[in-house]
Design a protein around this ligand. Structure first.
Ligand code: SF4
Length: 226
């Protein structure tokens, strides 16, 4: 029943937005670097930082490990709290060098529980970033939760507004088929709904593909819930 509803939501979003081609990156290292830089900042500002790192030959963990912080910082100024972001990149590169001789593939190959636990112990990696890395860089099963997901699911009337990160992640993983491609696309589609329509105040329900299923839209507009 819950799975059927979740797949119906997915179908509506997919028909509306199509394939989101997420995560936009040329390498796994770029995915991880992007996942760290995008914390609390827009993707367009993250892209500017990635481009600068690329221009300076710093878009790899080997290069970041060798570079002093004051070489990394100017490249990432477009991301908020750029000094902290530079430290986070450095911390990840130092971890990889010390524990995996810089081999990102070897690190990502571990079973998800171990990988996630190690990620969460690295400075600057919280649950959302860890799950971005597991799913989009590691290609392994982990559902990514963000503020958009929490808001959309609550407005749909499916989960509680105050549902926490781990609770929602577990709920998705228990109710969706275990399919990496589905998890990948599902998170990207929810982000598209959040970005384009489901803003914190005055969401744009009329063009939103989820309006026919949405409790909030039904209560605040004249939609009929299906
Ligand atoms: S219909 Fe409105 S409230 Fe519901 S998910 Fe879409 S934008 Fe958000």
């Amino acid at each position: 029943m819950v799975q059927e509803k979740l797949l119906q939501i997915y179908q509506l979003m997919f028909e509306h937005f199509g394939d989101r081609h997420w995560w936009p990156a040329q390498t796994k290292e770029e995915v991880v670097i992007g996942a760290i830089l995008v914390q609390n900042v827009s993707w367009s500002n993250t892209e500017k930082a990635i481009e600068k790192l690329r221009q300076q030959d710093l878009l790899s963990f080997a290069a970041l490990h060798r570079a002093p912080l004051d070489e990394i910082e100017p490249c990432v100024v477009s991301t908020r709290f750029y000094k902290t972001k530079a430290k986070k990149l450095k911390a990840f590169s130092d971890f990889l060098d010390a524990n995996y001789k810089g081999d990102l593939e070897a690190f990502l190959r571990q079973p998800v529980p171990q990988l996630r636990e190690q990620l969460l112990n690295i400075y600057g990696i919280g649950p959302e970033t860890a799950d971005d890395i597991v799913l989009y860089a590691g290609g392994q099963l982990s559902f990514v939760i963000d503020a958009y997901t929490q808001r959309i699911l609550a407005r749909l009337g499916i989960t509680q507004e105050q549902a926490g990160y781990e609770e929602l992640r577990t709920w998705f993983m228990e109710n969706l088929p275990a399919d990496v491609a589905l998890f990948n696309q599902y998170h990207a589609l929810l982000d598209a709904v959040g970005h384009h329509y489901c803003s914190p105040k005055n969401p744009s329900c009329t063009p939103c593909p989820l309006a026919p299923l949405c409790q909030y839209a039904q209560q605040n507009h004249s939609f009929t819930q299906s």
